[in-house]
Design a binder for this molecule. Structure first.
Ligand SMILES: *Cc1c(COP(=O)(O)O)cnc(C)c1O
Length: 356
């Protein structure tokens, strides 16, 4: 029996128990074939079925039309998408909203391919807010945003209005709430935050966008090649895709509406405690707080060692803040039970009683 740990890790992170069970059983005996999922061909009928269903399911959950959009499972993480989006689509001028470390890294890669216009940024306040974007009238090759800033705990609660194609890094909040996915021309997400294990990146791409490609792109970095080859140009990451598929089935059954409600409840409980408790203060601006990653700090004069000790005693894992922000970060992805949130809140309350 695994010891019961409350896992607030930012990523790789918690997944539903059922995904672990299905994954273990597929490692031992996939589809009753007498073979492990780890040793079958990616061209076998049984795996192709998983890949096809998983691609359709992602589009179905997003309410995206499969004639208009394609779902790909690629490798190289979200970090590979930083350069792949630019390699394919940055012909002259692209716009980026800089909301944190991941946006900054995306911008750095894009500059290798063309002019990058950082049209707004929250760097002036260590990225503790989302710049309020008005309507963006200029024509760009695309506008790139990071929908949820995993490190800083901020999140777009509405999206910029633009006539340019909209590209989003949704690594840490994909399928955490119901949004209008069709506003976006390309969405990418490293799986290891809210979807599955590390090793696969989901891409949802509007096929129209391919018409804009002007330069010659190496096959492995070409969206067109991956779409034409049904996401099997080379060996896809078979096992992570299998795990993501198991999770997508759960997400579809639960529905994004209900998942979003639960995430708002869980994050609301934590933020209420951060605001009430005299020992802590929230990092992100209130209106931009993320429902996935809650960042907070200890107020001056309170003993971090004592709080850490209380957390350890209660099997709280993974709440240290990222090194660029410090303090604490509770990542409350879909699979984190509300009970874990309540235990963390109890720890915060217990800590406070030491100062009464
Ligand atoms: C984790 C993360 C990344 C980096 O993902 P890799 O798969 O490690 O490349 C990029 N963007 C966001 C928003 C993230 O949370």
């Amino acid at each position: 029996m695994k010891k019961k740990v409350h896992n607030f890790s930012a990523g790789p992170s918690i997944l539903p128990d059922k995904v672990f069970k299905d994954a273990s059983s597929a490692i031992n005996n996939f589809n009753n074939l007498g073979l492990s999922i780890l040793e079958i061909s990616h061209r076998s009928k049984d795996f192709i079925e998983i890949l096809d269903q998983s691609r359709s399911l992602a589009l179905e959950i997003s309410s995206l039309n499969k004639d208009e959009y394609s779902c790909l499972y690629l490798q190289g993480g979200a970090s590979m998408q930083f350069l792949m989006t630019a390699f394919n689509f940055l012909n002259s001028n692209a716009a980026y909203i800089n909301t944190g470390s991941w946006s900054t890294k995306a911008i750095k890669e894009a500059k290798l391919f063309g002019n990058v216009h950082e049209i707004s940024s929250s760097e002036d306040q260590n990225f503790n807010y989302i710049p309020k974007s008005s309507i963006i009238k200029e024509d760009y090759d695309y506008l790139h945003i990071t929908s949820n800033n995993t490190i800083f705990g901020t999140q777009f609660h509405s999206f910029p209005e633009t006539n340019s194609p909209l590209i989003a890094d949704m690594s840490s909040d994909i399928f955490s709430r119901k949004i209008n996915f069709s506003k976006f021309d390309l969405i990418y997400a490293g799986a290891q935050k809210n979807l599955g294990p590390a090793g696969v990146t989901m891409v949802l791409i509007k096929k129209e966008l391919l018409k804009r490609v002007q330069r010659e792109v190496p096959s492995m970095l070409s969206y067109k090649v991956h779409i034409d080859k049904d996401s099997s140009f080379n060996t896809p990451p078979v096992f992570p895709i299998y795990c993501v598929f198991q999770n997508l089935k759960l997400i579809k059954n639960e529905t994004l509406e209900v998942i979003g409600q639960n995430n708002r409840i869980k994050s609301g409980l934590i933020y209420d405690e951060i605001d009430r408790n005299k020992c802590f203060n929230g990092f992100a601006k209130i209106e931009d707080r993320s429902i996935m990653n809650a960042t907070f700090n200890l107020n001056d004069g309170f003993d971090a060692n004592l709080f850490n000790q209380i957390c350890i005693e209660n099997n709280i894992s993974g709440i240290n803040g990222h090194r660029s922000v410090g303090g604490y970060r509770a990542s409350i992805y879909n699979a984190l039970p509300i009970n874990s949130v309540k235990i963390l809140i109890d720890c915060m309350k217990e800590f406070e009683t030491n100062y009464n």
